[in-house]
Design a protein around this ligand. Structure first.
Ligand code: FES
Ligand SMILES: [Fe+2]
Length: 393
């Protein structure tokens, strides 16, 4: 798990002026809309005596009020009122919680969970179809009981499609036509890698999906990553009909992940005319179909071992089509090298003792040293010099 990336917190349509709690990176956050409609994400742990701000109330002045002793915190995380010391009392500078940069995009509320300056922040995965009227989007969210990196690796794995998704593969019955070793690099970027593959697939069986593709034969699909927890999957049913799926994953802890799936499609909806009345119904059918496909992955992923990302590939036997998984792990190592990886073992030890709370540090920590909670422990980048293999002779 890594700080200094954008994490999905909640669907925009689900965020109101009632504070709600979200658990991400093994930490709790409170999210709410202030009276101006702006989304706010703060660390959930009140620095007075540890109340959960999400159990409190939003006030008319845009603050969230802790349910325990009524301290109020604004959208910068600053405490603006401590009722028990009087209305004009001076608020101590350490009376503040971390407040995170927030962006609403693609129907989601994203929080930047980290402390690096804006210019250095990895972007949110760009979606070029986002404002194109030829594409229609839906957003669904679901929880899985496995680690987000294993989930991302599953999305990067082109060879499982044939066997896991029996709804749309040959189930390995046509061995001569099932090859997955010709991957074209696609959308490589400083924050991840991707590929597209062309392969043979049977006609889709689902009656509604047959509007997208009714013939068998060659089709193209692929996927890639953007940061540790954003990924794209393109399914090109034909040269002109496609679905582009974007997964934004929030690691809850090492065994649980909340997935936000933003599905764009340029088929199965009407742009104008009387048939637009079916669009909402088609949205529902597409989402049901996506969740059915996800359930096929979940069945396999629930039994995957090891449950965490292996530290090296020596104890797996990877094939050429696993290249993107290797590239993803290399990126994770790169971000570990920048000092962005949470030291989960130290964090877990504190949770076992149950006597210490940490906070994911926010950019405001660079403006003041006055904090109550320490920042989450991070894995120190290796100080060992790189050993280079010398050529013999
Ligand atoms: S714990 Fe929040 S006001 Fe006391
Ligand atoms: Fe899958």
């Amino acid at each position: 798990m890594y700080i200094n990336f954008w994490y999905p917190v909640v669907r925009s349509s689900d965020l109101t002026n009632t504070p709600q709690r979200a658990r991400i990176l093994m930490h709790d956050f409170v999210a709410y809309r202030d009276p101006a409609g702006k989304a706010v994400v703060l660390s959930d742990t009140c620095v007075h005596r540890g109340g959960s701000l999400a159990g409190g109330k939003c006030k008319d002045d845009g603050t969230v009020q802790c349910p325990y002793h009524g301290w109020r915190f604004n959208d910068r995380g600053e405490c603006t009122r401590i009722p028990s010391i009087g209305i004009n009392a001076k608020i101590p500078p350490r009376a503040r919680v971390d407040a995170y940069p927030v962006v609403e995009k693609y129907g989601l509320v994203f929080a930047f969970l980290g402390d690096i300056p804006e210019a250095e922040r990895p972007p949110i995965l760009p979606i070029v179809e986002a404002n194109d009227p030829n594409w229609r989007s839906t957003v669904v969210t679901f929880d899985v009981n496995y680690y987000y990196e294993r989930s991302i690796e599953n999305g990067l794995d082109p060879a499982h499609n044939e066997y896991v998704h029996t709804t749309h593969g040959h189930q390995g019955e046509r061995e001569s036509e099932y090859r997955m070793d010709q991957l074209e690099p696609h959308l490589n970027n400083p924050w991840g890698h991707g590929f597209l593959a062309t392969f043979d697939a049977p006609p889709l069986k689902n009656l509604i999906m047959r509007f997208a593709r009714k013939e068998g034969g060659k089709m193209q699909a692929g996927s890639g990553t953007y940061g540790p927890n954003h990924m794209w999957t393109f399914i090109h049913f034909t040269a002109t009909k496609a679905m582009h799926q974007y997964m934004f994953e929030a690691p809850i802890d090492q065994d649980n992940t909340r997935i936000f799936l933003v599905n764009f499609r340029n088929v199965l909806f009407a742009k104008t005319g009387v048939f637009t009345m079916f669009n909402n119904w088609l949205d529902k059918k597409v989402n049901e179909r996506n969740m059915f496909v996800a359930s096929q992955d979940i069945t396999v992923m629930n039994k995957l071992q090891p449950t965490l990302t292996p530290p090296s590939t020596a104890k797996e036997l990877l094939m050429p089509h696993d290249k993107c998984i290797i590239q993803y792990r290399e990126k994770l190592k790169e971000w570990e090298g920048r000092g962005w990886k949470i030291d989960v073992e130290v964090l877990k030890a504190s949770r076992e003792r149950r006597d210490t709370m940490y906070a994911i540090p926010s950019p405001i920590r660079h403006e003041t040293k006055a904090w109550v909670l320490d920042p989450v422990p991070l894995v120190k980048p290796s100080t060992q010099p790189q050993v280079t293999q010398q050529a013999a002779g």
